[in-house]
Design a protein around this ligand. Structure first.
Ligand code: SF4
Ligand code: MG
Length: 323
């Protein structure tokens, strides 16, 4: 069962320099209970895609294509209708939970407010009970509903955010760099918690990260984004054993390998293109070791190779560059 369907989604931001083409023509589905890792360097459009699904992009942003959450086409919903979907059908958690918590509201009040917005049929008492059990689900004592956000450590605050985002049992959870600001041990605990919750509640998850190590653990499938394009999409196994896109290969080579002492962290020379004026042809061409003539002239379409979707001229088409 598909809980999320993106078809040809493009996002354009208006800036002083003109339109920034932050996401272009991205399509993918998410099955119930599945975790999709969305990876790429910062600025590649992965967070933008998360915000587009939540309909939380700034006013004036143009979103094209179709986004369906649990069968509902969110593109056509009003702000009011979307408010009802957020939290109940799709939730998002961020790197810094403090930005989403109101410092002067007790944790319990955050829950009650959220729950009653979606479930006006419940009493405040019932909402508090739901909140307490969600808090216990993430390993926090129910007494702490009385505390304020500042009374929690970074890791505990992230747990609170996770509890808040799953208390209404949404079909999809978008986790945007959920562990980036935490230390390694807490990171592992939060990831374990997310995996446990998605297993127990069959929540589908989009895990947005620049950390290939994180998706190696948690994801079922991996989508690789570069400069607003989804350049490769495959199962985790395929991505790690047989990466096809030169950018995916470079990303994997940049993972530090602690088993081999003197292996150097290879990083990809150059930087992503300016998306207000992206290069003609393949957006990775200026940094690609395998670039051919056609790569600089025509944008590669998506090819399918043994179940992997890959947007690169190495895998099909007329490679000579002549039209
Ligand atoms: Fe490299 Fe060409 Fe493939 Fe782009 S299309 S990734 S430039 S080989
Ligand atoms: Mg981001």
């Amino acid at each position: 069962m598909k809980v999320l369907e993106l078809k040809n989604v493009s996002v354009r931001y208006r800036t002083e320099k003109g339109f920034v083409r932050a996401v272009e023509n991205v399509s993918f589905d998410l099955e119930k209970g599945e975790t999709l890792g969305l990876v790429g360097e910062s600025g590649c459009g992965k967070s933008t895609l998360g915000f587009a699904i939540m309909k939380l992009l700034p006013e004036g942003t143009i979103v094209e294509g179709s986004i369906k959450v649990d069968g509902i086409d969110v593109s056509s919903l009003s702000n009011e209708e979307m408010r009802k979907i957020r939290g109940s059908k799709v939730s998002m958690i961020f790197q810094d939970p403090m930005t989403s918590l109101n410092p002067i509201l007790r944790i319990g009040d955050h829950f009650v407010e959220m729950i009653l917005t979606h479930r006006p049929d419940l009493s405040e008492e019932e909402a508090r009970e739901l909140a307490a059990s969600a808090l216990e689900d993430v390993g926090i004592n129910r007494n702490r509903l009385r505390d304020y956000p500042f009374q929690f450590s970074g890791g505990m605050r992230q747990r609170v955010m996770i509890a808040l985002s799953i208390v209404l049992n949404p079909a999809v959870l978008i986790a945007d760099e959920p562990t980036t600001s935490l230390d390694v041990i807490v990171q592992a605990q939060i990831m374990e918690l997310l995996e446990k919750l998605s297993r127990e509640h069959s929540t589908s998850m989009i895990l947005i990260t620049h950390d290939m190590g994180l998706v190696a653990e948690a994801a079922d499938r991996i989508g690789v984004m570069y400069a607003g394009h989804l350049v490769e999409l495959a199962t985790k196994e395929r991505i790690f054993t047989e990466p096809l896109h030169p950018y995916t290969v470079a990303l994997l080579e940049s993972i530090p390998n602690t088993d081999i002492n003197d292996r150097e962290l290879k990083y990809i020379p150059g930087s992503p293109p300016d998306l207000s004026n992206p290069p003609k042809g393949c957006r990775f061409a200026p940094r690609c070791e395998k670039a051919m003539k056609i790569c600089r002239e025509k944008e590669p379409p998506e090819f399918e190779v043994d179940g992997t979707r890959v947007k690169c001229w190495l895998y099909g088409g007329d490679r000579n560059g002549s039209d």
